[in-house]
Structures are given as C-alpha cells and as structure tokens.
Design a protein around this ligand. Structure first.
Ligand code: GLC
Length: 761
C-alpha cells in the first residue's frame, strides 16, 4: 500500500503533513528577502541573512545521519512525568497523540497534542522586520492541571560557512553569547577577525524565563544529542550558561507554565538581527509580547495573500488549479529569490546564475514586476561591456563574478524576460534605463540585450551556428569536451530572441537593428533547416567540430533530444514543411514516458560511445535521459503553438509533483508533492520515478508561462492582452481572473467541437 504523508488544504492555501516522517525533509521557505530560512516538517532548518555563504546564522548538517538537524526547535517538558516531546516530532521523536505540519506561503505551523496538552507552534519572518518568530499557543485539553516547561533551541555556526569548515579551531573563540537580564534576551556578539559582516543578534522571549543556555555543551551535554538534551533529563534544569569565550553556541530559553484544564496561553520567542545593537534591541522590544508576535505572523499571511491573488484560474481540475493559483507562483517567487543557492540539496555556496536568474524572473514579471526588474538589473550589472554574460554573480556578498564554466546561452534569455516585463507593465521606458556593465561603463537595457545577442551571433562556428564553449542550457554537453561544437538549440533560441527583439527595435525606431534581426532570423532558419541539422524526422542537437553530430538516428546513444524539437516550434524554425509537428511527434513517440518527457534517448552508457567509460550522470538520471522537468515545459508550449491542446495538457499534468508522487508513491518519489523537482529519474533506471532536486528549479517559472500564456493562452504583448487559448477536450470550460495594467478581467473559455472560444469582461 502506498503510504500517505499529507494532503492539500486549498481553502487555507496549505499543504498539511500528517505523518511526521516522510521519506525526505519536506520543507518550506520563510523570509522577507533579507532574513530567510527553510524549515522542514520536523522543524529542521537553516537561517541566514541575505545570502548563506558569508551570512549563515545557524547550522544544518547536510550529510550526517540522521539528517535534517538541527533547526528551530521547541521542546515541551512535562514537569510532572518528565516526558519531553516536540510539536514537530523530531528530534526527540516522542510519539504524539496528534500531529500536523502545515506549510503555507511564508509560514510553517505545527499543531500537536500529547497527554492532553496541545501545542501550536508557528514559525515565520515578517515582511518588515528581520526577526524570526516562534509563535507558541498552548492549551490544556486534559482533565488534570498541566505543569510544563517550554524550551526553544537555535544552534549557531560561523557566519562564513567555508571558514567554519576550514578554520573553526582558530575562530571558535571570536564571539560571545550572554544573557542580558535587563533586556530579557541573549546577546550574540560576533567579532570574528576579517568577517565581512558582524551583525548585532539577539534572542528574546515574551515571558519571564526560568533559565537559559548559550552553550550547546551545557544544554545537550558533552555526550548528549538533540534527541535527548541533558538539561531536559530527569532532575536536570537549565544551567544558565553564558559563552564568554566562544565555543559551540546556541540560544535556549525556558518558560515554565501552569495550565488548569481548559486554560490556554500564548507566548513568543524572537530572533532579531540588525547592523547595530540599538536597532536589534528595538526589534526585541517590539516583539516582546505574544500579541506582537501574532501580529507579525498575520502580516506574513497578508503579504502572501496580496502576492498570490492577482490571477485566479478555475479549470475544474483541482490538482491543476491549486498548483497554478498557489504553489507555482509561490515556487516561482522562492526560486527568483534564492536562485540555486540553498535548500536541503543545495549547500549555500552558489550565487545567482546568469541564465537561471534571467529565466526565474520571467513569470515573476507577471506577478511582481518590481522584483523581476530588481533581479534583471543585477543580471545586467554582471554583463561584460562586450555583451558577454557570466556563470554566476553574488550581489549580496563580496565574491567576484564567476565566468567559468562558460555557458554559451547566457545572454540569449534576457529579451524573453524583458519582453514579458514590458508586455506586462506597458512601460517601454524601461528599455532606456541606464544600467552599468560590470566594468562600470554603462548602457541602456536595450543595449545590454542587443549586445548580448550580437555576442552570441559573432561567435558562430564553421556551419554558421553559435559555438558551444562548455555547454548551452544543457550543462552535461560539457562532457563532450568540444568547445567548438555548434549548438542547434541555441541557434533556434537566437531566432526566437531576434523575433522578440525585432518587436522592440521597431517600436524604438532602430531600423538598423530591425534589419540585423531580420538577417539573423533568415540566415539561422535556413541553416537550421539544412541537412546538417534536420535529421529526416527531427532536429539534431550538436554539430561537433570533427564533423560528427549528436541527436541523429545514426547515433547509438543520444539519438534524439527533446529541446531542439520544442524550440523548433517556439522559434518558428519548424514551420518549414511542417517539420515542427513531425519533430514533436517523434518526441511524443520516443521520449514520452507517460510521466514526463525524457530529455534524450537512449541515455549514454559511455562517452562518446557506449563502449567508452561512463562519464557524468548514470543512465536515466538528470541530463542523461532523465525526465528533466524544465525541458518538459517547452514541449508543452510547443504543443500549444501547434494546436495540440490534448497533448499539451497531458504533458503539463503528468509532471505535476502531486501527480508523480501519487503515481509512484510518496516513498518512492520522495520529494515534496507541492513544488517542482528539477528532474525525475527515467524509465531505464530501476529507480524510475524518484524525484531529484526540489524547489530551486527553472521549472516553476516556465510552467506558469506554459499554463497561463499557452494553454489558457492569456498572453501579455506590447499591444495589450492577447487571448489565444489551447484547451484540451478534458476541459470544456475554464475561467481566469487576471489583473492586467491596473484592470481586472474575467475571461471565460469554452471548448466545444475541438475549438476554444472565449468571452472577456
Ligand atoms: C540545472 C541548472 C541550469 C541548467 C539545467 C540543465 O537546472 O541550474 O542552469 O540549464 O540544469 O543542465
């Protein structure tokens, strides 16, 4: 029987985990784009400020067993029986009478009951203030009085993650923690030599505390564990340890409670961070009452309700609607905020990647244009003055821009996002905004985009297609080690980019650029339809510098790749002799697994030939023949452009996390049923159906575009909102409420006799 770990609560925009031990930590993100955290169903998690490389506040053990420790803990101790439990089950793992973890945008709530005591712990970071709040509500639902001690726990590491790994022994005595009785809070004074950031940090409580610990050794004990802290064992009390000489630091505060049957009590704990002590103290005072902590949580809910409401879709398919209305937009916002930096998979050392962030900003442009623009300004500011992009940049820490490994597609994406952004807002003045290049010379947004396209175009190979360098969108193409190979996918993307840019160049009255775009489109389209690229039934993937090709029927592995087929349609290259349709038919036949399209078939056993040694991912995983979610999104869009609504809908539905999780069972799929994974292991593997990296993937943004702009067909253009739906037969009617340029439209779509019509109010 398939295990069940939880369910959606659509009315509360929540996912409710009812079994505290899913196969992996199922997390949520908290934060206000400055102070941020992730937190699992066991309150395992990590807190950081701005970015987790040099401003990481707490510890999280990625590779240790048991995993998902430590976090934002609340221990409940029954002072009469000595029983100790967590409303989030772990780390004590004491059996509970009732358990729910409710993840909703920006807030995670635990509701648990044991021996007649109900505890509701709500964690969140309010929009205005850099504080992490623990809102605690305790109710005695039993028949006898309860004597309890509530104890919170937070463990600190060095703010600089790599320096902790490399030099803990030298730096462990360069901070101190002490309880300040006057303020009623623990002061964490961080004075590590050469630290780029030494904030003022305080941990307070709304109540008079019965004891505290700043030393992890004092709380847990030298041979103790998070599971059974020695300060909570029978007969033990909190020892009021300060940590004046550094060491392993934590913040623990205990509150004693006596509750008569039926009585309840609300309280709060607060972690606060500021540049200087007076501001941090002000935050602690602001949240020194349970009511203020509760108001902080309410402010988070209000923030997210306002963010997620502008578009409301009703297709009659609950699994689709809950994703499109809540979880996809939320996933998009988180991915744009955090790029690929930190999760239970990513360890927080990467910055923002040029092409990933550009794509992540694309759908957010329709929900929160200001946020998308803020990110795009940072992308442009990392561009070289000759138009090249970079691999990664670090707007919030002092690391220099990284140029390697070199991705040839970096600057092809920016017009997609900027075009979508100005189509959303209608404000073409953005194109005239001056933004610096990384050497501090500057150019308009228009120039940044144009230079980026010219940069790719000028670096073509002998066949006239853009050169690969290390890789294009597909990182794994680097395994072939052919910098001079030419990329079919990027060639098609250039055609599409030039079509979008032409639209802009015309309006801005730049005839020379219009002519350049027209020439590039014609030239590349002809090459892409030549026999060098067209394989007879589909488009090839790479032209190697030694004359060989990848993605051809003649190849024994990597015979057909998904992306060139989808992009032939998106770019219009495949309009020629109806090749786009043929190519997508070949993809349907050879790549669709009924739970997602594989990125290529057959997977590589050895590189370049099957008899060569294996290199890179094992067959069926990730870019080596896995079901790469991000690449599926373009196939959905392509099928809509071809008018194949049924196929588009099938492709959209079958990779929804809830659908995949139900199909394979949560124990096998493993990952959260409410956010996307970057890829699912493909059918050649005996691990078929296992989910890969979750949350931080380009999938969410493109799935949003695929549903809103292609299947439902409500697409912002420079001329206004265009409606061109492509519904499947399975959806006879759908409605969309969409706010666009200040007006709210209610669009009713109907599917009848294979045709979709609409009315709009
Ligand atoms: C990962 C990377 C992304 C890349 C994709 C395909 O998602 O973050 O940059 O395009 O893999 O290789």
């Amino acid at each position: 029987m398939k295990a069940n770990y939880g369910h959606f609560d659509d009315a509360a925009t929540a996912y409710v985990i009812t079994n505290p031990q899913p196969p992996r930590p199922w997390i949520n993100y908290l934060g206000n784009r400055r102070l941020r955290a992730f937190v699992s169903q066991n309150a395992g998690g990590l807190l950081w400020h701005m970015e987790p490389y040099s401003r990481r506040i707490t510890r999280y053990h990625y590779t240790a067993a048991p995993g998902d420790r430590p976090g934002f803990y609340l221990y409940v101790r029954d002072r009469r029986t000595g029983a100790v439990w967590n409303p989030h089950f772990a780390p004590t793992c004491t059996a509970l009478d009732a358990f729910e973890c409710r993840h909703r945008p920006g807030v995670t709530e635990f509701i648990a009951r044991k021996d007649g005591v109900e505890v509701c712990l709500t964690l969140g970071i309010p929009p205005e203030d850099d504080v992490l709040l623990w809102q605690v509500r305790v109710r005695n639902t039993g028949l006898v009085p309860a004597d309890l001690q509530l104890v919170n726990f937070l463990e600190f590491g060095l703010l600089e993650f790599m320096r902790e790994a490399l030099g803990w022994c030298y730096l462990k005595n360069q901070f101190e923690l002490r309880y300040d009785p006057e303020l009623g809070a623990i002061r964490y004074n961080y004075h590590v030599f050469e630290a780029p950031f030494s904030p003022a940090m305080l941990i307070g409580c709304s109540e008079k505390i019965s004891g505290w610990e700043c030393s992890r050794e004092a709380f847990i004990g030298k041979a103790g564990s998070y599971e059974s802290p020695c300060a909570l064992r029978a007969g033990a009390e909190l020892s009021n340890s300060d940590l004046p000489l550094g060491g392993h630091a934590c913040a623990v505060q205990g509150v004693n409670l006596h509750l008569e049957p039926g009585a309840e009590k609300s309280l709060g704990f607060t972690f606060a961070l500021a540049d200087k002590w007076p501001q941090a103290e002000e935050l602690i005072r602001k949240y020194q009452s349970a009511a203020a902590v509760a108001a902080g949580i309410t402010a988070i809910d209000a923030f997210w309700t306002a963010r997620l409401k502008p578009t409301v879709v009703d297709t009659g398919d609950a699994q689709v609607d809950r994703m499109v209305n809540t979880w996809i937009p939320y996933n998009c916002m988180v991915a744009l905020d955090l790029a690929r930096t930190i999760s239970t998979d990513h360890m927080g050392t990467d910055g923002l990647r040029y092409r990933d962030t550009t794509q992540d900003a694309m759908a957010v442009a329709n929900m929160d244009p200001a946020f998308a623009l803020q990110r795009m300004r940072q992308v442009f500011a990392s561009q070289t003055p000759d138009g090249g992009g970079c691999f990664a940049f670090f707007p919030d820490d002092p690391r220099p821009i990284r140029d390697t490994p070199r991705r040839c597609d970096n600057t092809v994406w920016q017009i997609y996002t900027i075009h979508n952004l100005i189509a959303e807002t209608g404000d073409l003045r953005l194109l005239e905004e001056m933004i610096p290049y990384r050497d501090n010379s500057s150019g308009t947004v228009y120039e940044h985009i144009m230079k980026g396209l010219v940069y790719i175009y000028e670096r073509r190979g002998p066949n006239g297609l853009p050169t690969l360098y290390h890789a294009d969108w597909n990182d794994s193409l680097a395994l072939f080690g052919d910098e001079h190979a030419e990329s079919v996918m990027l060639g098609m993307q250039m055609v599409y980019s030039c079509k979008l840019f032409l639209d802009v160049a015309r309006r801005c009255n730049h005839p020379a650029d219009v002519a350049w775009c027209e020439r590039v489109i014609a030239e590349l389209t002809a090459i892409l339809n030549s026999d060098k690229v067209w394989d007879g039934r589909w488009y090839r993937r790479l032209l190697f510098s030694n004359g060989k090709v990848l993605g051809s029927a003649a190849n024994r592995q990597g015979r057909i790749y998904l992306n060139p087929q989808s992009w032939s349609v998106l770019s219009g290259v495949g309009d020629f002799e109806n090749r786009g349709q043929m190519a997508m038919d070949a993809a349907a036949e050879m790549l669709d697994s009924d739970c997602g399209l594989r990125i290529l078939m057959p997977p590589f056993k050895g590189i370049p030939e099957p008899e060569d040694p294996p290199l890179g991912s094992n067959p069926g995983i990730g870019e080596n023949g896995g079901i790469f979610s991000h690449a599926n999104t373009w196939a959905i869009m392509a099928e809509c452009l071809l008018g194949n609504g049924n196929r588009a809908w099938k492709y959209f539905r079958q990779i929804l996390p809830e659908v995949v999780s139900d199909r394979f069972g949560a124990d096998h799929y493993e990952r959260e049923p409410y956010v996307f994974v970057s890829s699912i292991i493909g059918p050649v593997s005996n691990r078929f159906g296992e989910g890969g990296i979750s949350w931080l993937t380009g999938t969410a943004n493109w799935m949003h575009i695929a549903m809103l702009q292609y299947i439902l067909g409500i697409r912002p253009t420079l001329d206004g909102l265009q409606i061109k739906p492509c519904l499947p037969d399975a959806v006879p009617a759908a409605t969309v409420k969409r706010t666009y340029r200040g007006k709210t439209y209610c669009i009713n779509l109907r599917r009848q006799d294979g045709k979709t019509t609409y009315t709009c109010q």
